[in-house]
Design a protein around this ligand. Structure first.
Ligand SMILES: *Cc1c(COP(=O)(O)O)cnc(C)c1O
Length: 359
């Protein structure tokens, strides 16, 4: 068996060791005689899986006791609505920083529930950067300020988080667990699982306890953080198998040495790829150095006519899912935690070879 080099943006690569463990436990989970996906979410076996996963996640991220960690469904997209419904309280204004496709979607959804005011936008430079926080227009009466810590499509990432007065809320769907983060600076962090946590179907919400319990009247129960917090994320059937696999990923991250070690490995991979791009006269990275994502690396060839030949040659070498997002074009290599240095080295070797042939 040879595994492909998978540069997919999401759903994305998972660690081989995690998949092997899931395979070994598939038919008979620890002597139970059944698969985790066949168990009641209320069974002692599953409750232990769930509690261990939460404890490991809290340890990895350094989440304090003053935060709930919720294991939900609906994707990050559902949080675009849940956040205003839960966090507005008596207020009618929220601030959003517009840095690309995902923050745009969050803003559009929030506008159904409140006055979602754009504090800053990088639209003028085609969303290639984080606007300087010194220029942000922050409203005194904003219930919260929302950022997208890593714009998965544009490949733009915050390398420092801003100090702002309103409660800071971050969509970390594509860079959670890629580096240490000071959780205490945020009121709420959320992430869909399918980039850096596990398979699709699970969404993690880390929310400060004092922000829970104020959902506006009429909020559907499944969008009310209090309903999930009170029930340990088991108010209805949670995505049990995805939760289990996320737990295996958390153990794997701990075995790598935790987030400081993971961040170092990620920085090395990103450095390998960006250097290859910057040192060539053939490939171009559109994002300025200080905003470049360590997780999603967009790049272009000198002529879009070469794209299909590049992708075909990549596929022959099992370098998969490199086509850029349809809204941007060019290429994009997503190099999440589970993508190894070996895969990045194979990509860089192929890029040099293609440049020699076509450059
Ligand atoms: C993928 C992604 C989303 C959407 O996630 P779903 O789970 O598909 O709803 C939202 N925000 C960011 C930053 C993403 O990368």
């Amino acid at each position: 068996m040879t595994r492909a080099h998978n540069f997919a943006a999401g759903p994305a690569a998972l660690p081989t060791e995690v998949l092997e463990q899931a395979q070994a436990e598939m038919l008979d989970f620890r002597g139970s005689g059944m698969s985790v996906m066949e168990m009641s979410h209320r069974s002692a076996e599953f409750v232990e899986v769930a509690e261990t996963a939460e404890a490991d996640f809290r340890e990895l991220m350094g989440v304090g006791d003053d935060y709930h960690v919720l294991f939900l469904q609906g994707g990050a997209t559902q949080q675009f609505a849940a956040i205003p419904l839960n966090l507005l309280g008596d207020k009618t204004v929220a601030n959003y920083v517009h840095t690309g496709s995902w923050s745009a979607k969050a803003i559009k959804e929030a506008n159904k529930f409140c006055d979602a005011r754009v504090s800053a936008t990088s639209e003028a430079s085609n969303f290639d950067r984080i606007p300087d926080p010194a220029t942000w227009q922050v409203d005194d009466d904003a219930a919260y300020l929302h950022i997208c810590s890593n714009e998965t499509i544009g490949g733009v990432q915050y390398h420092e988080f801003p100090d702002v007065t309103p409660t800071l809320v971050a969509d970390m769907s594509s860079d959670i667990l890629s580096r240490p983060v000071d959780v205490s600076r945020f009121g709420l962090i959320y992430a869909g699982a399918q980039k850096n946590i596990g398979p699709a179907g699970l969404t993690l919400v880390v929310v400060r306890k004092d922000l829970v319990g104020n959902a506006r009247a009429g909020t559907p129960s499944m969008l009310d953080y209090k309903v999930h917090a009170d029930a340990g994320s088991m108010s209805n059937t949670p995505p049990t198998y995805t939760w289990y696999l996320a737990g295996l990923v958390f153990k794997w991250l701990k075995a790598q040495g935790g987030l400081p070690a993971v961040a170092e490995a990620n920085a090395r991979k990103a450095q390998t790829l960006y250097s290859a791009i910057d040192n060539s006269n053939f490939y171009t990275a559109p994002v300025p150095v200080n905003c470049r994502s360590v997780m999603n690396v967009p790049f272009t060839l000198p002529d879009a006519e070469l794209d299909s030949a590049f992708l075909a040659g990549a596929k022959e070498r099992r370098l998969m899912n490199l086509k850029g997002h349809r809204s941007v074009g060019g290429m994009r290599a997503s190099i999440y935690n589970a993508v190894s240095q070996t895969s990045v080295d194979a990509l860089v070797d192929y890029m040099a070879e293609f440049e020699r042939e076509r450059g």
